[in-house]
Design a protein around this ligand. Structure first.
Ligand SMILES: [Zn+2]
Length: 228
């Protein structure tokens, strides 16, 4: 994890323990799905914190909000950044629509950008972990695309194959449900193991193919540490 002020940048591997370990948050009933539109993919150059600060500046100075609107941002490289604290409602919809609602902003313009596989995986995992944490059942009433409550294209006409409710029911909701059921992945397991033995996540991630049994072994070890 890397931190600048309140912004905490993490990998998918780190996200699970972060969300499972969250304390002092409100209760939430819905999760908002947005794209940033601007910044789009062309603006992303390993500048996560700069983009976070830019978005917060826009929300504070132009939209007159108290701070950044989104609790979580996802990036094309799969990184996830924490922004607004979960002691507050989200700020991505209008007024009352934000009540008990988590805001996720996915960096990109998914009217035109083709979402990377890394970002897809992060969006799926983030939604699944939040649904588990807050006992939210994934549906089009709980995972809410911005365009369903306001007249705009957000989270983008190409967001998981379309921004309609029918597209979400077909292409998005099932992925979140499946991820909630999914047992420990190698990435998650590795995160648990490296924390226990104080080793480097990225070091072992790069060496994941050193032996055909390596991934299964790490998952087994993580489970022995209590990972689910
Ligand atoms: Zn939006």
């Amino acid at each position: 994890m890397k931190q600048e002020g309140k912004f905490i940048l993490m990998s998918r591997g780190e996200l699970r323990s972060y969300i499972e370990g969250l304390k002092g948050s409100k209760t939430f009933k819905t999760i908002q799905q947005h794209h940033t539109a601007s910044p789009a993919y062309k603006d992303v150059k390993n500048n996560h914190f700069q983009l976070m600060k830019g978005m917060e500046n826009y929300h504070v100075n132009t939209l007159k909000m108290s701070e950044i609107a989104q609790h979580f941002s996802t990036f094309p490289d799969g990184a996830i950044c924490v922004g607004r604290p979960l002691s507050k409602d989200g700020g991505g919809f209008l007024g009352d629509q934000n009540r008990n609602s988590i805001t996720i902003e996915n960096v990109g313009n998914f009217d035109s950008d083709n979402m990377t596989e890394e970002q897809k995986q992060s969006i799926i995992l983030l939604n699944a972990l939040l649904c588990k944490k807050f006992n939210i059942t994934p549906s089009t009433s709980t995972l809410i695309y911005h365009c369903w409550v306001q007249n705009k294209s957000c989270p983008g006409t190409k967001y998981f194959g379309g921004n309609s409710k029918a597209a979400a029911e077909q292409n998005f909701i099932p992925l979140i449900k499946a991820a909630m059921q999914e047992p420990l992945t190698f990435e998650m397991a590795l995160q648990i193991v490296v924390e226990k033995i104080d080793s480097s996540y990225s070091y072992w991630l790069k060496r994941k193919d050193i032996d055909p049994a390596f991934k299964a072994l790490i998952i087994k070890i993580a489970k022995s540490y209590g990972g689910k």
